[in-house]
Ligand binder design. Structure first.
Ligand SMILES: Nc1ncnc2c1ncn2[C@@H]1O[C@H](COP(=O)(O)OP(=O)(O)OP(=O)(O)O)[C@@H](O)[C@H]1O
Ligand SMILES: [Mg+2]
Length: 378
């Protein structure tokens, strides 16, 4: 096995049986997957699609019906490999009457860590997950978000090379979610390989390098997030400093060259960005009311011009004063390729849904970039 491949599943199948040995559920069907060192891989899928089953098979908590799982090149049934793995289950399993310090000490003991190291590591982790202020409180007094944080600290007690996270952002508010995502990205940058299961599509999109989509135990799609989400028959140009006249001229030039301008105006930020900014502003200036900037802003002239030309403008949001141009070369079919060598279905590809004239704000055409400063490079 290539040393850069941390997890490999081959034809992995899991059938749950009833007491009489009769087949109850075929939870996983011939899964072929490779997770590479240093990546964040997201396993997505609806409820009951086999995500948790996959994690349990990787940990060796349950055994395959057929096929195999290799972790660090070893059979997953080899429990000694779990010393190199951290695991955050989807349900809280922590002892409610222990404090954060005692919890981490307990898990440190399970890894046979010496007392000095346990104390040092627990103190570091409690600071890293920002629970220093609550470290002597019993976990039964913790909120959901605090419980998720101490759960993550527990998963990191052994400085794992591989981290398995089942729904890591469940129960977290947007600030906690952002914190978790930034934390995972930092871990990845330090060399930890991460496999996470989630329903929170935005979170997966923000942190994962590659994803796999499971449905009814079958892998339906596999590839790099940036490739899978690319809309191939559209071109987006972002610029700033244009006057309304210059914007109109740019639009006219695009039309003259045979292109079609689908949108010209200010790009929108995400609700997460807005929420986090407002809460941070509120923390910095307690008591100050955050003004509704969106209401205060008038529609910019370029949008008005487009609207009068019969095109669908999108609503503006209180973001930066740059212009976003969504430019298409016509209505040709999207030539999306399945990246990463797997899957091959056409889910999620480049077709644009039509704009709804009754609800211009529901138009999903020329989806705005999530990061207004450009690609994060992932
Ligand atoms: N111990 C079990 N015995 C019988 N069936 C099980 C068992 N565990 C899981 N299943 C079944 O296997 C299928 C996959 O379950 P799994 O927990 O892996 O799904 P999941 O993708 O993690 O779902 P969720 O998003 O709800 O967490 C489901 O149909 C579930 O009912
Ligand atoms: Mg699950």
């Amino acid at each position: 096995m290539d040393s850069d491949i941390v997890i490999e599943t081959r034809n992995l199948t899991k059938v749950y049986r009833d007491f009489w040995g009769r087949e109850k559920v075929r939870a996983l069907k011939a899964l072929d997957l490779q997770i590479r060192r240093g990546e964040i891989f997201g396993l997505l899928g609806p409820n009951g699609s086999g995500k948790t089953t996959t994690l349990k098979l990787i940990l060796g908590l349950i055994f395959p019906t057929s096929g195999e799982v290799l972790v660090f090149g070893q059979d997953a049934r080899e429990v000694s490999k779990n010393e190199r793995i951290g695991y955050l289950p989807e349900e809280s399993y922590l002892y409610r009457f222990l404090t954060a310090e005692e919890t981490l000490d307990f898990y440190g003991r399970l890894f046979n860590m010496p007392a000095m190291l346990r104390r040092q590591r627990a103190a570091e982790l409690i600071e890293e997950v920002e629970l220093g202020w609550a470290k002597r409180r019993q976990l039964r007094e913790y909120s959901k978000g605090m419980t998720r944080r101490i759960g993550l600290a527990q998963a990191l007690i052994n400085q794992p090379e591989l981290l398995l996270l089942d729904e890591p952002t469940t129960g977290l508010d947007p600030i906690g979610t952002r914190w978790m995502k930034d934390f995972l990205l930092r871990l990845r940058d330090r060399g930890t390989t991460i496999l996470m299961c989630s329903h929170q599509l935005e979170d997966v999109q923000d942190v994962c390098d590659r994803i796999g989509i499971l449905h009814q135990g079958e892998l339906k799609e596999l590839g790099r997030v940036s490739e899978l989400l690319k809309i191939r028959d559209r071109t987006e140009i972002q610029c700033s400093g244009l006057t309304p006249e210059a914007e109109r001229e740019v639009c006219a030039t695009i039309e003259r060259l045979g292109g079609k301008v689908h949108f010209c105006g200010n790009p929108t930020t995400t609700l997460e960005e807005l929420f986090v900014r407002i809460i941070r502003e509120s923390e910095a200036h307690p008591g100050r009311r955050v003004r509704g900037l969106a209401e205060a802003e008038a529609a910019p002239p370029a949008q008005a011009a487009l609207a009068s030309a019969g095109q669908q403008p999108r609503p503006t949001a209180p973001v930066e004063s740059s212009s976003g141009f969504g430019v298409g070369g016509g209505d040709g079919p999207a030539d999306r390729e399945a990246a990463g060598g797997g899957g091959g279905s056409s889910a999620g590809g480049g077709q644009m849904p039509p704009a709804d004239p009754a609800h211009p704000d529901r138009s999903t055409s020329a989806a705005p970039p999530r990061n207004l400063e450009g690609d994060s490079g992932r």
